[in-house]
Design a protein around this ligand. Structure first.
Ligand code: ZN
Length: 79
């Protein structure tokens, strides 16, 4: 079952706050950072689940896996 975009935003805002507490940093959509899961360089994609093409390696929160991941994580999973 998938959540609505509004529900997704609520979840992501909560997860952003959690992650900010853990890493003692601020997370902003469109800023560069390292994927919390695999450590690859990427771009925070807070609102669209990694579907912004110009972000390159989007780092997004997955409500399927309940974790932060990036496109490289997704690609590696298929290999
Ligand atoms: Zn990753």
């Amino acid at each position: 079952m998938y959540e609505t975009p509004e529900q997704y935003l609520e979840i992501v805002k909560r997860e952003v706050r959690k992650l900010e507490d853990i890493c003692h940093c601020r997370i902003f959509d469109g800023e560069n950072n390292f994927c919390p899961r695999c450590g690859e360089y990427g771009t925070w994609d807070i609102e669209t689940k990694g579907f912004v093409d110009e972000y390159g390696n989007s780092i997004y929160y997955s409500t399927v896996y309940y974790e932060w991941r990036c496109r490289i994580c997704d690609i590696r999973r298929c290999n």
